[in-house]
Design a protein around this ligand. Structure first.
Ligand code: GLU
Length: 480
């Protein structure tokens, strides 16, 4: 196991199995979601399997809430695993067994160096200005000399000569001198397996053929190779995907939108298909195509087309895509999503009927809710300052005339109302705007809204006339 290449096509014939392996120490963030997406797509594209593994071995930082949030985010994006998830901690015994096997075959050893001894050596190396490297005298000790009554850790015997190569599907050929890989710990002194061991054992046992993950794990891959070779297990293909950076090129932080997927859904009102499309385009492309739906993505996706440099997160782009998907979305579905963003009671049928005109300019569900609010507002309508400003004495007089005119409107529909008001504007020798502006203020309490005839139709005769009367220059309810 001195050196060699990690690729070699040994997994080439096997059906593709990918996995997403989040550590449940926080929400499902945007980078994790993209890793999940790439794994899902790769498996779908090759007709393989996509599995989930919860890496919950950090017992202090792993929480049930985080696990729930991750599953919730994945299912919202339609990235559930093809099989029930594997929980890593539950497999500790199996991990320990593999450590025992590595010990038996001489690929690992018990190291009795104490933390103090290691600290001393580290400090000495520092003083002598040479890189510290664990050179344990226990590496070559005969197992018959291993004390039974002293604490120890189990370390891998990493090769010291030669180099290791990974033909990474994204990073290309990556070579590391074996002298740089230390004898890392696989079993702690309390007998618990380390993350490094657990990942390798689980990937093997789950039959993972392709490890697609963030490139912050590239260094780990070389350690993981040492274990794989020790066990004589198949080496998976690796694809280390560059991390996501903020729009300014700096590492992604909260300020850049490194938020939980749930924040995009709940606070920013993003649709899952929009985030799916956005994440897909973040680091992967197919020509100049911007709008790519799920099926198309499955057909086109190839991990080799993922770029090597970090991609930049751009909220405005995500919002634009979201606007596109809002316009494509089913109106009743959108009404359902907007419903709980509205204050008070809202009629789902009316909301659904309003969607075609509301979604024209909306970027997100909040825009839709804001745009829909006037439909369900109670009289007397709250007026924005601008709307109030439009309601001059002259305008109130016109509203009275409009009220009279529309009261006689026999069919309350788009064409009839439009013809009626246009005729009225002509008769009064006024631009339509002079009627539409105060009318909009009276009907919506605002100065922007969907087209005024749409507003009249959506509100219906009774409510429209009542709102106009409330602002017209006559006492409400009296004949005008
Ligand atoms: N649990 C690791 C993480 O959340 C991923 C490990 C892996 O994909 O190998 O970063």
């Amino acid at each position: 196991m001195a050196s060699g290449s990690a690729s070699g096509g040994s997994t080439g014939k096997k059906p593709v199995v990918t996995r997403f392996a989040p550590s449940p120490t926080g929400f499902l963030h945007i980078g994790g979601a993209r890793t999940a997406l790439f794994n899902w797509l790769y498996a779908r594209h090759h007709g393989g399997k996509y599995l989930l593994r919860v890496e919950d071995t950090d017992r202090v930082r792993s929480t049930v809430e985080a696990i729930d949030a991750i599953f919730d985010g994945l299912s919202w994006l339609g990235l559930e695993g093809d099989e029930p998830p594997v929980f890593q901690f539950a497999r500790s015994q199996r991990h320990a067994e593999v450590a025992a096997e590595l010990l038996r075959h001489g690929h690992a050893y018990r190291c009795y160096l104490t933390t103090e001894e290691l600290a001393e050596r580290r400090q000495k190396a520092q003083e002598e200005r040479r890189p510290f490297r664990i050179e344990s005298e226990w590496r070559d000790a005969d197992p018959s000399t291993w004390p039974e009554d002293k604490p120890y850790v189990v370390r891998m015997k990493a090769p010291r000569e030669g180099e290791s190569v990974i033909e990474d599907l994204v990073q290309g050929t990556v070579t590391v001198q074996n002298s740089e890989i230390d004898d890392f710990v696989i079993l702690r002194s309390d007998g618990t397996p380390t993350y490094m061991l657990a990942v390798v054992v689980d990937d093997n046992d789950m039959g993972v053929t392709h490890v697609i993950r963030g490139d912050d794990h590239l260094n780990n891959a070389f350690r993981q190779l040492v274990i794989l070779r020790g066990m004589d297990w198949d080496i998976p293909e690796y694809a280390h995907v560059p991390l996501i950076h903020g729009a300014d090129g700096a590492k992604m932080s909260k300020r850049h939108g490194a938020l939980g997927v749930d924040t995009y859904r709940d606070e920013l009102g993003i649709l899952p298909e929009a985030l799916f499309n956005y994440l897909l385009r973040l680091g992967w492309g197919h020509g100049d195509e911007e709008i790519i739906d799920r099926d198309q993505a499955v057909t086109w996706f190839d991990i080799a087309d993922v770029g090597k440099s970090p991609s930049r997160f751009d909220l405005a782009k995500l919002q634009n895509l979201n606007g596109h998907y809002l316009r494509e979305a089913d109106d009743a579905r959108l009404a359902g999503l907007v419903m709980h963003r509205l204050e008070g009671d809202a009629d789902p049928d009316l909301l659904t009927r309003a969607m075609p005109v509301l979604k024209v300019r909306a970027k997100d569900l909040n825009d839709l809710a804001e745009g829909a609010a006037f439909l369900f507002a109670k009289r007397p309508l709250a007026m924005t300052e601008k709307a109030q400003g439009l309601l001059t004495d002259e305008a109130r007089g016109r509203l009275a005339a409009i009220h009279e005119r529309l009261s006689g409107e026999s069919e309350w529909n788009l064409e009839g109302l439009e013809a009626n008001l246009k005729a009225m504007a002509e008769e009064l020798e006024l631009g339509l705007g002079k009627l539409a502006q105060p009318l909009r203020a009276a009907l919506t309490g605002q100065t922007t809204s969907p087209g005024i005839f749409d507003v009249l139709v959506l509100l219906g005769r009774e409510e429209s006339l009542a709102r106009i009367a409330a602002q017209a220059d006559v006492p409400a309810g009296s004949q005008v």
